[in-house]
Design a protein around this ligand. Structure first.
Ligand code: MG
Length: 464
């Protein structure tokens, strides 16, 4: 994986008045002060460029009570968006508009429950320990069109193979919108290094360079917006739902993580010499092993955040794909280059990939909690135990018991209760955000559970 160098739209340290002149010269007319809700979905106010100075100083106010996961009462003062100039991005489909990721403030103070600020806080803890958190996220998603019968089908009609993974015809048939998307990503300096047809009909993946976790989280939230918009212009729907179809693979968002020395940039997860990824615990440094152990300790609680929907748990199963396996983890284990581990150490080594995360996660909250758990593992010098080098899907219950492999939460309900029972998320999110998350997700489960599905009628209506 290559690291991407963030492209800055304006020189660091340039004053707001000069910035406005620079943007006006580029025909920029609007700036978006954007932040995310609980779901990691962008919310914003648009500001004509003449008001850029006041916007950069926090003029744009929002009523948190109008949104999921911006825990406020209707009677509270509004939160203000404080845009981060380093995140400024020209919309590839509208060159007269720039997007800025923002942190929320309340009465001039950081708003504790802001997703982006939560990641910033854990990043600071990492910096105080001498680490920079580097993150690359693999974006998997479906691109679909409405068929004549109103149902959703793959974007190209011939995309109907039983094993469509890496299918070249499927890729070429979709090159129109894919080219536009990849070009846009590269114009933004994201360093796309490959893209392919994934394992489900209508499913694709675009991989771009890793970067500081904050930069990557900004990019992932912007990517969902951009893919949707570019596909919409082609009459297509880009969906980041984790498992839209019962018989096709789901859409993961594998988090590839490492810690670097901020001064030298050296990757601190590089394995000690002679410690290959196919040996127990190999492929990663001792520091990386402690990081892994911290994540394993908190895996059930983390799962609620990295796999945050009812639908996420239909992806975290062994089968449920036309090509046999889902390639998504079910057990809490780590190990070598094998895809059945929740935490995989790819053959190249020097990083750990969390495969449980899906494309619907809030990338700020997900990376904050993963990082906090990993730092705890380092602080306490935790040992992850022996690596799992086998196909975890095929281990018997007895083998799993012997190896101490437990199961990831099987439903959103289980995951949310694990989140509520673990003290770490409250420390990381703050009390108000942790409560908002728990309440929202409990309600989401209960709404789902109150529904009676076709499956139930088919199974039970005439059975007894
Ligand atoms: Mg993939």
């Amino acid at each position: 994986m290559t690291a991407a160098v963030p492209a800055r739209l304006w020189p660091e340290g340039m004053g707001a008045v000069d910035v406005r002149a620079l943007l006006e010269a580029r025909q920029v007319r609007y700036a978006l002060a954007s932040f995310v809700d609980l779901h990691g979905v962008c919310k914003a106010k648009a500001v004509p460029i003449a008001h850029l100075e006041s916007m950069l100083a926090g003029s744009e106010l929002f009523t948190g009570a109008a949104l999921d996961g911006v825990p406020q009462d209707v009677s509270d003062d509004e939160v203000a968006a404080l845009p981060d100039p380093a995140s400024a991005t020209v919309l590839p489909w509208r060159s007269d508009t720039i997007w800025l990721a923002s942190n929320l403030q309340l009465n001039g103070e950081p708003f504790e429950a802001c997703s982006r600020s939560i990641l910033c806080r854990v990043r600071q803890q990492a910096a105080a320990m001498g680490f920079r958190f580097q993150l690359g996220v693999e974006t998997e998603f479906f691109v679909l069109r409405r068929g004549a019968d109103g149902g959703l089908e793959p974007a190209s009609a011939s995309d109907n193979l039983e094993k469509p993974c890496y299918d070249l015809r499927g890729l070429l048939d979709n090159l129109g919108w894919l080219d536009e998307l990849v070009q846009a990503m590269n114009d933004l300096g994201w360093g796309v290094y490959s893209f392919d047809h994934e394992d489900g009909n209508g499913q694709f993946e675009t991989d771009f360079g890793y970067a500081d976790a904050l930069v990557t989280a900004d990019r992932v939230s912007f990517f969902r917006l951009m893919a949707r918009e570019i596909c919409r212009r082609h009459g297509l729907l880009a969906s980041f739902m984790p498992k839209p179809f019962a018989d096709r693979t789901g859409s993961g968002a594998h988090f590839n993580m490492s810690l670097a020395d901020p001064a030298s940039g050296a990757n601190l997860f590089e394995p000690e010499p002679g410690c290959a990824a196919d040996t127990s615990g190999g492929g990663i440094s001792e520091l990386g092993r402690c990081f892994i152990a911290g994540i394993l300790r908190h895996a059930p609680a983390i799962c609620a955040v990295i796999a945050p929907t009812v639908n996420s748990y239909k992806r975290l199963v062994v089968q449920g794909s036309m090509s046999g396996f889902t390639w998504a983890p079910v057990f809490i284990c780590y190990g070598n280059n094998n895809r059945t581990n929740m935490l995989r150490i790819p053959a190249a080594g020097g990083r750990v990939e969390c495969r449980a995360a899906d494309s619907a996660c809030n990338p700020y909250l997900a990376s904050a909690l993963l990082l906090a758990a990993g730092l705890e593992g380092i602080r306490e010098g935790l040992d992850p135990g022996p690596a799992n080098l086998d196909n975890a899907y095929r281990l018997s219950a007895e083998q799993r018991r012997q190896r101490g492999l437990t199961t990831l939460p099987r439903t959103l309900a289980e995951a949310v209760e694990a989140f509520a029972a673990d003290p770490l998320p409250r420390q990381v999110f703050g009390e108000a955000m942790a409560e908002a998350f728990i309440n929202f997700k409990r309600q989401e489960w209960s709404d789902y559970h109150a529904d009676v599905s076709d499956w139930e009628r088919d199974r039970y209506l005439e059975l007894f």
